[in-house]
Design a protein around this ligand. Structure first.
Ligand code: ZN
Length: 147
């Protein structure tokens, strides 16, 4: 007699695995930042609103770069590389720390270019929000993201 161990949740997860596609992440991000973009354009100017939106849209798909990186750093990756850094799907690139890091990078670049702390703050927020809203999109899909 053969027993089958039924791992209900992972099986269900694999069966109806729906990973939000890039278009979905961009659409969700645009929808959720629409009030902020409107306020930025109304009280600031069009350029700030467009740059803010563009950075959020770009970062809203960036965390899934881990799918490409898994080839080298995942479970079946190159051992030498894998021992130094292990990146799995929906791991570190879907964390708050990664969002803060992305925000700091674009915010710092903005500070060097504009020398304006307020604009840099807005740019930091756009990088942070882009990554965070990506994770929000992943949370609402069946294979939940671990924040
Ligand atoms: Zn993702």
């Amino acid at each position: 007699m053969k027993f089958h161990v039924i791992r209900y949740k992972p099986y269900l997860c694999e069966l109806i695995y729906i990973d939000m596609r890039q278009e979905g992440h961009i659409g969700l991000a645009l929808l959720l930042i629409a009030p902020i973009t409107t306020l930025l354009i109304y009280f600031g100017n069009l350029a700030i609103g467009l740059v803010f939106t563009g950075i959020v849209v770009w970062f809203s798909t960036f965390p899934d770069v881990d799918i490409k990186l898994q080839k080298w750093t995942g479970k079946n990756g190159i051992p030498i590389v894998r021992n130094i850094i292990t990146i799995t799907h929906r791991g570190i690139t879907h964390s708050v720390w990664f969002a803060i890091g992305c925000g700091l990078i674009v915010g710092s670049i903005s500070l060097v270019v504009t020398s304006n702390i307020y604009i840099s703050g807005i740019i930091f927020t756009s990088g942070f929000l882009g990554v965070t809203l990506h994770s929000v999109g992943d949370i609402v899909t069946p294979c939940r993201s671990r924040l």
